[in-house]
Each structure stands twice: as C-alpha cells, then as structure tokens.
Design a protein around this ligand. Structure first.
Ligand code: FNR
Length: 372
C-alpha cells in the first residue's frame, strides 16, 4: 500500500513483515525464549490509564523537548538497532534522512551496517546523532571506537549494559543466517568482530555480533574509564531495576535508559514502563538528577505520553524504525514520525497539556486489571 494509506505504526509493521527477507524478519522480530518480556513490554502500557484534565487551553500545543540539551521535535528518539541494511539497501542512512526531515535524534548502533562516518555523511549539519556503544573487551580497541565517533561529531554515548551475552533467540537459531558482504558496511568493526565466522551458542551471526564485548564491566571500573576517554554525555542503556538506576546515578552518568533490549536479552526482565513506575514511586528525586528514558514496546502516542507523565524525558523506538525504513526507505521513517507526532499532540490536548512540562505523574494511574 502507498504511504498515504498508512495510519499507524502497526500498519507499517504489517507491510514490513510482508516484504522483509526471511533472515531480516527473523533477526528484527525475534526475542528471547517464549518472548514473554517482548510481548509484555507493549502490554504493560495498557495497564496505565489517564486522569485527563479538561478546560485547559490547548489550542497551541508544543510537543518539542530537549534530550541531553539537544532539540527534539517530539519526545522520542531512535533506539540504536543493528543491521538496517538487512531490510533496505540504504540502511541506517534512511533513518538519518528521515530524522533530519522531522527533527528527531537517531542513536546509531555499534553494529550499524553502514560505517559511522557514512551515516554522519547522510546527516545535515544541524542534526544530532547519538552513538550506542558496545564496549569491546579490549579497552584500547573500545577507546578507539569512542574517540572515532566523538571526532565524527556524535553527541552522546549510550553504553549498552544488558547484552554481555546474547539472549536465547530461537528464531535466529532455527533459521541460521549469514551476512552478505554488502550487508555490512563498517569495515573496522567487522574485522574486529569477525562476525561472519564465529558461531556463538548456536546463534551464528546474531550471537557473533557481540562475541568480543566486555563481560566484566563494573560501575567502579567502566564508567571512570569511559569518562576518561570522552567528554561526551554518557547514558547507560539497559537499566532493568531501580537499584541499578540508583547505582548509575551514583556513578555520575548523565542519563539512564530503562530498557530490556526489546525483550531480546533476559526473558522475564520487567517491562521498562513498570520499572519507570517503580522508580517514580520509590526514587522520585532521581528524575531531578539525571534524564530518564525508556524503550521497548512503544507503538502509540499515548504510550509516549504515559512515560512522560511518570517522568521520562523521552522514549526510544527500535523495531518501528527498522520496519519503516525497510518497507518504505526514508519516507517511511518520516511517516512514522508524523504518525507519532499526530498521536502525541492529540493525546496531549485531550489530557490537558500544551507542553511536555504540563505532563504530571497525577495524570496517569496504574490499574490492577489487565484490559482485554
Ligand atoms: C536491537 N537493540 C539493540 N540495542 C543496542 O544497544 N545495540 C544494538 O546493536 C541493538 N540491535 C538491535 C537489533 C534489533 C533488530 C532490535 C529489534 C533491537 C535494542 C534496541 O536498541 C531497543 O532497546 C529495542 O529495540 C526497543 O524495543 P522495541 O522498540 O523494538 O520494542
């Protein structure tokens, strides 16, 4: 169907599933074990309902925000996801171009299928790109990568900490696949990784992507190391409980991304929306100290608004942007953002908020029944 007939992110996913190659579909859609966490990430949002306020002026409604001080037209960003070329020959550059046109921020994966500089080349000069870091076990190699992206102009480092080994993704195991040369575009990275050669726990290419990463990271060692390598803001990606949120803040990072990797890592990790809810209840002062984000299962503007009410500064989306660029290239990415923008503004107006600062914890409540 033409983009004009696409109404929701769900519509885009349907098209993507019909058009993706079998290996792209396996890699993009898969999650761990029985995919309970994957499914619950999305379902968790349906346990939160609004206490909408009326009789508030919302003719003018501005959904823009700042993320780590950088402008974002709506309170969402692209969460870094690997191998965009599996879905479309232009790969990550589709997302870069779509983000430029719509004023949102893209986080680029360490395992991008274009080189970090090729992706930066696709950006316009005013555009903000963040970098998702998988830390190589060798500190020198890891530091080189951080310095490279710092020099290229990436504006923040999102250190992923929830993927020290790959989760058990059975669709990737049942359906082993290999990368063609044209699907990998970051030459230094791939030679470091040797990703097409290694077989890791039956996961083949998917497992090999993180096979050389540091499995001995600690708060005491790794955060000071990273601070010593770069002055860029540091965000920890993959916080899954409130205890670690507190430790991250004590370690002096600039932000935390509550995430379970889209259900691809630890099965039965809590949905990020539930972790956010607990954080709001038990550690409300954290929201004044660092920026808090969530990702996983976000599919609608109301999901975004629920997270913002509880104190998230912005939310990340992974698969929806992979699907959009696969099915429609850069215009698909633009369309996805336009859909989210419309849904966000509608929800803000109906809830009585004309700016994101008007969204308050009292505007959302958690029910103890699971709708539908
Ligand atoms: C990911 N994710 C991910 N995260 C990361 O830190 N580095 C990476 O290279 C990848 N790669 C990746 C590939 C694919 C195919 C997916 C689906 C996800 C996780 C990603 O950043 C994000 O946390 C989730 O995708 C969020 O969940 P949703 O939005 O996909 O439900």
């Amino acid at each position: 169907p033409s983009l004009a007939r696409i109404l929701s992110l769900g519509d885009i996913e349907v098209v993507a599933r019909q058009t993706l190659s079998s290996k792209a579909k396996a890699y993009y859609t898969s999650a761990s074990d029985d995919e309970i966490t994957h499914d619950e990430n999305a379902r968790a949002f349906s346990r939160f309902f609004f206490n909408a306020r009326v009789m508030r002026p919302v003719a003018r409604c501005d959904p823009s925000t700042r993320i780590l001080g950088f402008n974002s037209s709506i309170p969402i960003f692209v969460s870094g996801a690997a191998l965009a070329k599996l879905g479309h020959p232009d790969g990550e550059a589709n997302i870069t171009r779509g983000a430029a046109q719509t004023g949102i921020i893209q986080m680029v994966s360490s395992n991008a299928s274009l080189s970090y500089s090729n992706i930066m080349d696709a950006a316009v000069s005013s555009q903000t790109l963040f970098f998702q870091l998988y830390k190589h076990a060798n500190d020198t190699i890891a530091a080189q990568r951080v310095r490279e992206v710092d020099a290229l102009g990436y504006k923040a480092i999102f250190l992923t900490v929830d993927a020290i080994v790959a989760g058990n993704r059975e669709r990737d195991i049942r359906n082993p696949w290999e990368l063609e040369d044209e699907e990998k575009g970051a030459p230094t990275y791939w030679s470091e990784n040797d990703a097409s050669e290694k077989e890791v726990d039956g996961m083949g290419t998917a497992g090999a992507l993180i096979a050389n990463d540091d499995r001995d990271m600690t708060w005491e060692k790794t955060i000071p190391w990273l601070r010593g390598v770069t002055k860029l803001p540091i965000v920890i990606k993959g916080i899954q409980c409130i205890e670690d949120a507190v430790l991250a803040v004590e370690a002096g990072v600039d932000g935390i991304l509550l995430s379970n990797h889209g259900g691809r890592q630890l099965e039965y990790s809590l949905p990020p929306m539930e972790v956010l809810y607990r954080l709001r209840q038990k550690c409300p002062d954290i929201f004044d100290k660092v920026e808090v984000y969530i990702d996983g299962g976000i599919n609608r503007g109301t999901d975004v608004i629920k997270a913002l009410c509880l104190g998230a500064r912005a939310v990340g989306l992974g698969r929806p942007f992979l699907y959009a660029q696969s099915a429609y290239g850069a215009p698909g990415v633009v369309k996805a953002v336009q859909i989210l923008r419309r849904e966000i503004v509608t929800a803000m107006r109906l809830i009585g908020a004309s700016t994101v600062d008007d969204l308050r914890p009292e505007m959302v409540e958690r029910v103890d029944w699971q709708p539908r």
